[in-house]
Design a binder for this molecule. Sequence first.
Ligand code: SAM
Length: 249
Amino acid sequence: MSTYDDRREFEENKRKQSLALGADKSAFNHSIELISELDKHDYSYLWSWMGVPIIQLPADVMATQEVIWATKPDIIIETGVARGGSVLFMASLLELMGNGTVIGVDIDIRAHNRDSIESHPMSKRVKLIEGGSADADTLAKVRAEIPENARVMVVLDSDHSRDHVLAECRAYGPMVTPGCYMVVADTLVGHLTAENAPKKRSKIWYQGNEPLSALRDYMTECDRFEVDEVLNGKLVLSSSPGGYVRCVR
Ligand SMILES: C[S@@+](CC[C@H](N)C(=O)[O-])C[C@H]1O[C@@H](n2cnc3c(N)ncnc32)[C@H](O)[C@@H]1O
């Protein structure tokens, strides 16, 4: 039995390979092609978390797990609840870690979705707020749920138009605490062309009117966030490349 502990080298190699992968334009272009192909089969709609639909690509679920474990937030705010898989996934991690609440904000929490969230074993770590995510009264309700000195993480996954995401960044960005992350979902659309942009959606977003443009604008007006190049580098088959930003001050 070997007693040599190679964990440090292993982690350093992960870091190097992730950065190299992030700089590999060919791999990224292939991933965009593949995701566009997969989207024809509604790939991001095919998964569930503990029985509840989660509208995410598997790489984003894994990346979010890494962020939550590494930063141990007390509060995670997610805008865009849909069927609830994502809030329940994050609530499951908080339950395993023994601390924290997920605040799920959605403009329309349908009765059957509310039922499946509220009857789920992980619901004790979820608080749902119905309302437009950037509306003043919704924001007041969200702020009222955040205890003093809480470590706060934010996931923005609601209306993906540029103006809405920028409004969300401005409203929720200041709630994120140093060391924690803001995840801006669906930044991939900022890399798509008119030909390969998803067509089968209730709203169509296109380059310039999407989350990546909003995040870039927000990061020029606010210096509190930095792109996590290691995490973003290895994402590859993700809806949110470049969307995982760490609050540094
Ligand atoms: C992409 S889905 C969210 C997926 C979910 N995060 C998951 O991973 O399963 C987008 C959701 O955003 C909600 N939404 C759209 N516009 C909104 C707004 N202005 N404020 C709050 N929620 C909104 C929709 O009702 C929808 O449920």
